[in-house]
Design a protein around this ligand. Structure first.
Ligand code: NAD
Length: 302
């Protein structure tokens, strides 16, 4: 019997790669329901699987912010069960906090947080009734430590950590596994798809010059980091596969192989300031030299 997998956000990136990999499994172990908000975008996925795997792949419409669309997708699963649920849909948001509009912030929380939660809610009763299942969530390093100019995105990803960790406590009583796949930068459309304030945008008109200068440095850091350190979706898919195939899956997987240094620094020094100084020095090296060490004035040694 095939393992039934349902994945959200499959029109691009990690979701697409994972759907392709599982649907192309040489042993045909999986029946994949690749879901996406906009079915008009299914060509890219179809192009990756050709016609080879008709019996292992189905594409369904599902907008994680729309309760009805989640239920309709669930009802179209012919096996009437989902063994492996992958909550992957998500959007980024970067820019100075004071320039973020309420509607945009709401939308990010709506997709990343409530979208993930209401997807899980829809499949949970059946998994509980069968005492079987594995829920995997695409997590982010931005859910484990703060990132400048990512306040709302990080808030959404931190919130997912809290929701999943809380739920995992209950799920172990139902033989349901929960795994967060914590990703650093990954080469996907994520940066292009995210809500982003560009320098020069009218929305930044009221933002002070110092913040704009820091924001410019952050954007530069981001570009460099994605060029130098981003993983490919295949690397991420391998980690997902390891979790899916494990007999006793872990709660957290780090796609880089180990807990990233900044997360370790944060956990090792719970007073918090070391982490904040370290990440500031990393991203704003010139600006941060005068913040080094103690609480010296940003205007210079007093
Ligand atoms: P991506 O933009 O290619 O994929 C995100 C997918 O989510 C898209 O296909 C998009 O259409 C879909 N989506 C957005 N809103 C949706 C909605 N309302 N309903 C259903 N689908 C919706 O980027 P990605 O990198 O593949 O992102 C996948 C996940 O990985 C996200 O949760 C993201 O936060 C997380 N992540 C990405 C990175 C990175 O650097 N790329 C790093 C850490 C975490």
């Amino acid at each position: 019997e095939k393992k039934v997998v349902l994945i959200t956000g499959c029109s691009s990136g990690i979701g697409l790669s994972l759907a392709v990999r599982l649907a192309s499994d040489p042993d045909k172990t999986y029946k994949v329901y690749a879901t996406m908000r906009n079915l008009a975008k299914k060509e890219r996925l179809l192009g990756c699987v050709k016609d080879l795997h008709k019996d292992t792949l189905d594409i369904l419409q599902m907008d994680v912010t729309n309760h009805q669309s989640i239920l309709e997708a669930r009802d179209r699963v012919v096996e009437k069960r989902v063994d492996i649920l992958v909550c992957n849909a998500g959007v980024g948001l970067i820019g100075p906090l004071e320039a973020q509009g309420l509607d945009t912030m709401r939308q990010i929380l709506e997709v990343n947080l409530l979208g993930t939660i209401q997807t899980i809610q829809a499949f949970l009763p059946d998994m509980k009734a069968r005492c079987k299942g594995h829920i995997l969530v695409t997590g982010s390093i931005g859910g484990l430590h703060g990132l400048p100019f990512n306040e709302v995105y990080c808030a959404s990803k931190f919130a997912i950590e809290g929701a999943c960790e809380s739920l995992a406590i209950i799920l172990q009583h139902f033989n349901i596994h929960m795994s967060l796949i914590e990703c650093g930068p990954v080469n996907t459309d994520f940066l292009d798809n995210q809500e982003k304030a560009e320098l020069g945008d009218a929305s930044l008109g009221q933002v002070d010059a110092s913040t704009l200068s820091l924001y410019g440095q952050y954007l530069h850091h981001c570009t460099t980091m994605f060029q130098n350190a981003a993983q490919d979706t295949e690397d991420i898919v391998k980690v997902f596969l390891g979790a899916i195939q494990a007999s006793r899956p872990s709660f957290r997987y780090y796609t880089s192989g180990a807990m990233p240094p900044l997360v370790r620094l944060k956990t090792s020094f719970p007073e918090g300031c070391r982490f904040i100084r370290a990440i500031s020095q990393l991203i704003f090296p010139t600006e941060s030299s005068h913040l080094d060490g103690s609480r010296r004035s940003p205007l210079g040694p007093l």
